[in-house]
Design a protein around this ligand. Sequence first.
Ligand code: DQA
Length: 151
Amino acid sequence: MASVLVLNGPNLNLLGTRKPEVYGSTSLADVEEMCRQEAGKLGLDVDFRQSNHEGQLIDWIHECGRAMKAGDCIGAVYNPGAHTHTSVALHDAIEGAEVTVIELHISNVHAREEFRHHSFISPVARGIVVGFGVLGYPLAIQGLHQLTRTA
Ligand code: DQA
């Protein structure tokens, strides 16, 4: 069974308790369960990961690129957290490993501080899901499935 990588960057381990007025009160473990439910309906496995470390995330993106080439993975749903606005290295990793990425943000970053308006990830993302709360995760899995099925 092919899998989808659901990748979460820095501070997303705090989901549920961190600024609930912005990110909601659902925990990351609950989000993982939502992803498993959605992926299951589509006949996909979920590889759900979170790290606060840029190098670790880069290594996982490279791994995803290899898995995609082997036909084991359809791509990644990726919430890069604050790395969105800072990381050329993650941009280069996605481009270099040729990973199909759906960039995801729980909050509507464009309605927030100006420093959240620019994304280093968007130019190398296949699609972007922004501002749907944690519901964005199943939506992004569905979208990635559709895109890669008809590609
Ligand atoms: C976020 C938005 C980012 O600006 C922020 O740094 C996060 C979470 C979101 O999901 O809305 O950590 O990616």
